[in-house]
Design a protein. Structure first.
Length: 95
């Protein structure tokens, strides 16, 4: 359960970073690929921008962790968790 809460907190944190610091026509409502695509399209952003790539990468890592939540002690799981932390820090710098 703690892993689930941690993933949700991370998602909220990422959404807050983006929605508070980026002036946009529409807020980012989630980290699914469809939500990111909609946000990019509605705000006329570049699909290849560093910001969009970071969002996609964080989304992918969080999805992996959600499907592997029974394995929080595995080395791959820990590596991905560290990757998320680094990407969120980079995201804070980019926005």
């Amino acid at each position: 359960m703690d892993e689930f809460v941690s993933r949700m907190a991370t998602q909220r944190h990422v959404l807050n970073i983006v929605n508070k610091k980026i002036v946009s026509n529409e807020k980012l409502f989630g980290l699914s690929s469809k939500a990111i695509d909609r946000w990019v399209h509605k705000n006329h952003l570049g699909y290849e921008s560093e910001l969009v790539q970071l969002l996609r990468n964080v989304s992918s890592e969080l999805f992996f962790m959600a499907t592997r939540s029974q394995e929080p002690v595995s080395s791959e799981y820990e590596l991905r968790r560290q990757n998320i932390i680094e990407m969120v820090s980079r995201l804070e710098l980019v926005v």
